[in-house]
Design a protein. Structure first.
Length: 390
């Protein structure tokens, strides 16, 4: 059976695990990805996983991207988080003129990062004037370009509207050298992501670097990948990252249970309670992973066949990603508690994975309100339920 396009990304990600694991302590200490890790990700083309083929990228299927994320996360969650963030940012190339996209992504290192939606830009001759500060830019310390998502204010002070009457959101892009960076990411988990803040002052953004991202009006690529919005891919990528963290945590706990002799107790491996707990936790993780990937495969099959993205697809992806992150957190909690006092020592990495997983679970992709959003859509749908796996 032939391998899917982009399959080599998974093998490359797996091959980098030893390097990333060796660098993980330094990543944690400096709150940045280290130079050897960034160089390896670049040299192996992982940042270009979702870049259009027309620009020399892999334009990988959704499941391939997710598996790449999962393999990197087994070695270090911060590295996977930065890689996922910047890989999805590269999907913006599908909404830019070819030459503008090539200037950003084909000039080394060709890495784009951005922060949360906030603020506005004013229309000026030839582009937009920006004066603002943005937060939560994971991967920004490796990026050569930065972006932000802003409302557009016309020269007369009115807000530019989309055809449906809602405010138009543009993703403005500019060289990282144009911005002032602020070291603010002092947190308990995902410490190595360098999710810092940045600002610009009186910066004019040329029209060619202001994309209508996730807006069909601006889309210039026709592949199935770009029928998905960046938010959809963010959710599935970060859910796969969660699966990778949970798998690494559970494997570490299983390895510990094979040899540990708790004080005053018998061998962990002979304990019926431990055996049952491992069996149930293994089943929970496998079930969550299977559900996540089955949903991705189903949606991708529809898109490959030529179908448009639908509200049912959006619901299916959203609840799969959210539920999987929550299940992964539960697996990590179980594995952490099973390790006992061993888990509190830095040298064993249990506590890092515990902190990283709970930092992931606090992010927007894991909000409980996603279930309410999905339920509202399901109740208002003629179908009544999201699509089921064929």
């Amino acid at each position: 059976m032939s391998q899917r396009p982009g399959f080599e990304l998974i093998e490359r990600a797996r091959s980098l695990q030893p390097l990333i694991a060796r660098e993980a302590d330094e990543i944690e200490r400096t709150r940045r990805l280290t130079a050897p890790v960034v160089s390896a990700l670049i040299e192996n083309g992982l940042y270009r996983a979702l870049l259009p083929q027309s620009l020399g990228g892999s334009e990988a299927p959704l499941e391939i991207f997710m598996q790449m994320q999962e393999e990197i996360a087994k070695a270090d969650a911060s590295t996977a988080w930065c890689l996922g963030q910047c890989s999805v940012c590269a999907m913006t190339a599908a909404y830019l003129d070819h030459d503008a996209a090539a200037e950003i992504f084909n000039t080394p290192p060709g890495i784009l990062a951005w922060g949360a939606i906030a603020h506005e830009v004013k229309v000026v001759p030839g582009g937009y004037l920006a004066n603002a500060r943005w937060e939560f830019a994971s991967g920004s310390r490796q990026a050569s370009w930065l972006g932000s998502h802003v409302r557009v204010v016309e020269a007369d002070g009115s807000t530019r509207k989309k055809p449906d009457g809602s405010p138009e959101i543009r993703t403005i892009l500019f060289p990282a050298s144009s911005a002032t960076m602020y070291d603010v990411w002092d947190v308990i988990g995902l410490r190595g992501t360098g999710t810092d803040s940045y600002s610009v002052e009186n910066l004019v953004i040329p029209e060619k670097f202001a994309a209508l991202r996730d807006d069909p009006r601006g889309l210039r690529e026709t592949g199935p990948l770009y029928k998905l919005t960046t938010n959809m891919v963010f959710g599935m990528g970060f859910a796969a990252t969660s699966v990778g963290v949970a798998r690494a945590m559970l494997e570490a706990s299983i390895e510990l249970a094979r040899s540990k002799m708790p004080q005053g107790l018998g061998a962990m491996r002979e304990n019926n309670a431990v055996q049952g707990l491992i069996g149930r936790t293994e089943a929970s993780l496998r079930a969550a992973r299977a559900y996540l990937y089955a949903t991705a495969a189903e949606v991708w099959s529809d898109l490959e066949r030529g179908d448009p993205i639908t509200e049912e697809h959006r619901i299916a992806l959203r609840i799969a990603a959210t539920w999987t992150i929550h299940q992964a957190a539960s697996v990590v909690d179980t594995a952490y508690h099973m390790a006992g006092a061993t888990a509190v020592f830095n040298a064993n990495k249990f506590e890092r994975r515990f902190r990283d997983m709970h930092a992931i679970a606090q992010q927007i992709q894991a909000r409980d309100t996603h279930y309410e959003d999905a339920g509202k859509a399901i109740l208002g749908s003629k179908l009544g339920t999201p699509p089921t796996t064929r």
